[in-house]
Ligand binder design. Sequence first.
Ligand code: GDP
Ligand code: MG
Length: 311
Amino acid sequence: MASQIREWSGINTFAPATQTKLFELLGKLKQEDVNTLTILVMGKGGVGKSSTVNSIIGERAVSISPFQSEGTRPVMVSRSRAGFTLNVIDTPGLIEGGYINDVALDNIKRFLLNKTIDVLLYVDRLDAYRVDNLDREVVKAITGSFGKGIWNKALVVLTHAQLAPPDGLPYDEFFSKRSEALLKAVRLGAGLKKADVQGSAIPVVLVENSGRCNKNEADEKVLPNGIAWIPHLVQVITDIALNGSKSIFVDKALIEGPNPNDRGKLLIPLILVIQYFFAIKPIERAIRNDIAKESRPSWELRDSDKFSRKF
Ligand code: GDP
Ligand code: MG
């Protein structure tokens, strides 16, 4: 209920220049009749999901931990401002002991029942140098839960973005190499073909949640490449919300049914029955008719004669 939703006062903590840009973006959403936005935040444990939620809201709304003990339950933070409601859903990490945490995944799906996901933030760290099978498994679990379509509503967030790349690599080059590697894992894990990703590729956005993030002369938090990252992140979220792809409504069928990408397989028995009655049966009938009509060749009569005589 609207009356219970707290005012999004955290916006006031941002630098004035950042606030101006955020209000512009909220205005753009409202212009397009988008008055509510629900953002789902997912990823492995300890990558900075909760910190990113707090950065967006502008207050310490969810607890963060340097140790991977996040519990197994999602939390939704709702704030409203100028007739606009923002819901951000923080979730527990999807990996435990090197495997997908099925309990956490199940809790997330249940929590999301009857909610609509407008944007997915898939969070990982910029300062990770490897992409492995586990990353693909996390993406696979997300895709298995909400369908491939979720990736049309997704962006990748890379935290810990205030870093000096190793081996003297230029910052932008390091960023693009890390993005490419991660996006490849997303494409493979989600089973996406080029045609599945509508329009352009999944955007990758840099984030620095640390209080020690550098600031520009307008007091906005900036990355080593000079980008004020809070307005940039909200800009990309807005673009995705308005990109024309359908938001993901989480209904019972989606969370309890089979993998949404396999739903078509349920039709296989039906297709077989239809084939039997409308294709195989008529063909059999036609063959039988043909055989009945066929005048038997003389050699066959002769041979069958021999055959019956012998035995
Ligand atoms: P979660 O498990 O994915 O929710 O990760 P948290 O948000 O709890 O963060 C895990 C740890 O990483 C905490 O100690 C955070 O302070 C730290 N952290 C998160 N994001 C950043 C970031 O962008 N930069 C830096 N320097 N530390 C971060
Ligand atoms: Mg967390």
